[in-house]
Design a protein around this ligand. Structure first.
Ligand code: ATP
Ligand code: MG
Length: 335
């Protein structure tokens, strides 16, 4: 059976890392077909809009997209195309693995292997109810948490644990202070946890979580939390294992899922062949897991690790003298 995926090559370093990623995927005989669609600056220039209807239709039809970073120009209708995509497809789960890799400039070259599951659709992060008084002295923001939103994200985290053989879910909250919103999240999470007696569950306040992550990251397996805490924690975790060049993310909903690198378009190095393709490759590995091809996903991750171990054709951010495509070719030969 062939599976068609929507491929968005994106802006800045996007096309370079996508070409490199597709080179590696092509070497794996996955039976994937690519339907290319535009978004971002490229789409604005070619089709006059940032998120053309044809692109939306393609994602709706294929239900899976692999996406490079996009530029959202100021004053073109959205504050962020990425946030807009999450909203339109109700991509409620943002799933960000952070794993130690060899030969990276990381404080934890081993021992970290965790996944942050961040609620993606509600809470303070979405910026509802923002006001600023006329005199500029008082600003407000509404923070809305729902039982339904909390339940589905926590359930996603526990199901992910079961599916991937992970042992523990940590519920991260601030219910001691934010008794209404974080309190509802925690109460709902506790109820869901009782349905998963096979998975260990603990609770941690978000500030302590940050300290624990920096001091003893190996204690974490899956973290589940609300939108804004998840935003901050997942970047913290990317930092633990060597930064943006190695951080993938998935945005998952009921009807669609979009897999992407966490980093941006990196305009400072665009067009120079210097970009590290690993974040997008690791996002592709998440996509293969999602498409029920876990052994292919594992092979891809192992090939990346073997290439890092051999220091073969690594990009400059990893201290190597390779380029985006030579790095990808080195990975493809190890598959
Ligand atoms: P955007 O506005 O699209 O987010 P940005 O200027 O914030 O772009 P980022 O892409 O977030 O840039 O990257 C921040 C820094 O990390 C830049 O110096 C960039 O060159 C570097 N960087 C990001 N991604 C990569 C990558 N894949 N390989 C190497 N360096 C990267
Ligand atoms: Mg950025």
């Amino acid at each position: 059976m062939t599976q068609t995926i929507t491929v968005i090559r994106g802006d800045g370093i996007g096309p370079e890392i996508m070409d490199a990623t597709l080179h590696v995927l092509d070497s794996m005989n996955l039976g994937l077909q690519y339907e290319f669609a535009d978004a971002g600056l490229v789409a604005l220039e070619k089709q006059g809009e940032l998120l053309p209807a044809a692109t939306m239709d393609s994602i709706r039809k294929n239900r899976i997209a692999l996406k490079s970073p996009l530029t959202t120009p100021v004053g073109e209708g959205f504050s962020s195309i990425n946030v807009e995509l999450r909203k339109r497809f109700d991509l409620y789960a943002n799933v960000r693995p952070a794993k130690s890799f060899p030969n990276t400039k990381s404080r934890f070259p081993s021992g970290v292997d965790l996944i942050t599951v961040r609620e993606n659709t509600e809470g303070a992060y979405i910026g509802e109810g923002q006001t600023l008084s006329a005199d500029g002295e008082v600003a407000t923001l509404t923070q809305k948490i729902t039982r339904r939103g909390s339940e589905r994200i926590v359930r996603y985290a526990f199901e992910l644990a079961r599916r991937t053989g992970r042992k523990k879910v940590t519920i991260v909250h601030k219910a001691n202070i934010l008794k209404s919103t974080s309190g509802l999240f925690l109460k709902t999470a506790r109820a869901v946890a009782t349905e998963y007696p096979d998975i260990e569950c603990n609770e941690m306040i978000v500030d302590n979580t940050c300290m624990q992550l920096v001091m003893r990251p190996e204690q974490f397996d899956i973290i589940v939390t609300t939108n804004l805490f998840g935003d901050i924690i997942s970047d913290l975790c990317a930092g633990l294992v060597g930064g943006l060049g190695l951080a993938p993310g998935a945005n998952i909903g009921t009807d669609a899922a979009i897999f992407e690198a966490v980093h941006g378009t990196a305009p400072d190095i665009a067009g120079q062949g210097k970009a590290n393709p690993c974040a997008l490759l690791l996002a592709a590995a998440q996509m293969l897991d999602h498409l029920a091809m876990p052994e292919k996903a594992t092979r891809l991750r192992e090939a990346i690790i073997a290439t890092l171990e051999a220091k073969d054709s690594l990009t400059p951010d990893l201290g190597g003298s390779g380029n985006t495509m030579s790095f990808a070719k080195a990975i493809a030969t190890r598959i």
